[in-house]
Design a protein around this ligand. Structure first.
Ligand code: BT5
Length: 232
């Protein structure tokens, strides 16, 4: 089912607007947000020029897979528009080893509110320069009007897939598995090799203590001494 696009100029967070509307198949877009948020209420910088979007979708049996499906949709859109990128578990899209897009999935009643932030022509603050990038910094002029219709088409397709197919599709675009990682999940910290994601989208890490399954968390790539350098 197609999304109904509702555009705003300046809002606190598109997530809040989407929750106020409380209806499925909406695509709330804002030119700018002053209180954009990431997971655990972290600040999300959202100046004019980027895509700040929240789509609403009916909850099914596997709403935790929506973040992965949305990541696939973003990656496919970038690739179609000429920028190579890949998926870092659980919710990041990476270009040149830097975060170009982040996804936040929240739920309310029977609706999932999937927030998607994509850095296109927006400026990024100095504090993020080491971790984040934009299409512009990668040398491409991609506007919101170029990106949004393509992304919504991919979202329709990816969100509708069966759980096993979402996982399968995510694996095609990922750059996480096989790498040495540190994952912080609340007070717990895991070091090891990212081996796989299971049918729920949870990450399986091979640690010195055996296999660990991590439901959510912050993942950093770590470089082993005997490896050539790879950025995180
Ligand atoms: C995310 O959280 O990556 C989810 C971001 C979701 C943003 C969208 S925009 C539309 C919708 N409306 C909202 O209010 N939010 C959603 P997390 O993995 O927790 O990453 C947050 C961290 O990313 C911050 O602590 C910063 O370090 C970094 N960050 C902030 N702004 C960024 C940006 N524009 N680009 C890249 N990284 C950023």
């Amino acid at each position: 089912m197609p999304f109904k696009i509702i555009k705003y100029d300046h809002v606190d967070s598109t997530q809040n607007i989407a929750k106020e509307k409380n209806a499925p198949y909406l695509a709330i877009v804002a030119r700018e947000m002053h209180d954009g948020r990431g997971r655990m209420h972290r600040k999300w910088f959202a100046k004019e020029g980027g895509l700040w979007l929240s789509v609403t979708y009916p909850i099914n049996d596997s709403p935790h897979l929506f973040s992965l499906a949305a990541g696939v949709a973003v990656a496919k859109t970038f690739i179609k528009l000429g920028l190579s990128c890949c998926l870092k578990w659980p919710n990041d899209v990476m270009a040149n080893n830097l975060k170009i897009s982040g996804i936040l999935c929240e739920t309310q009643d029977q609706i999932a509110v999937i927030g998607i932030g994509v850095n296109l022509n927006n400026p990024l603050p100095e504090v993020l320069k080491e971790y984040a990038t934009s299409a512009k910094s990668c040398g491409l002029n991609i506007t919101v009007d170029d990106f949004l219709p393509e992304l919504l088409q991919y979202l329709e397709l990816e969100l509708e897939r069966k759980p096993a197919d979402i996982v399968k599709e995510w694996k095609k675009y990922q750059c996480t598995l096989g790498r040495h990682v540190k994952v912080i999940d609340g007070k717990k910290e895991y070091h090891g090799t990212a081996i796989d994601i299971d049918k729920n989208g949870f990450l399986i890490i091979q640690t010195e203590m055996g296999y660990k399954t991590v439901i959510a968390g912050d993942l950093r790539f770590i470089q082993k001494e005997d490896e050539p350098p790879q950025n995180s």
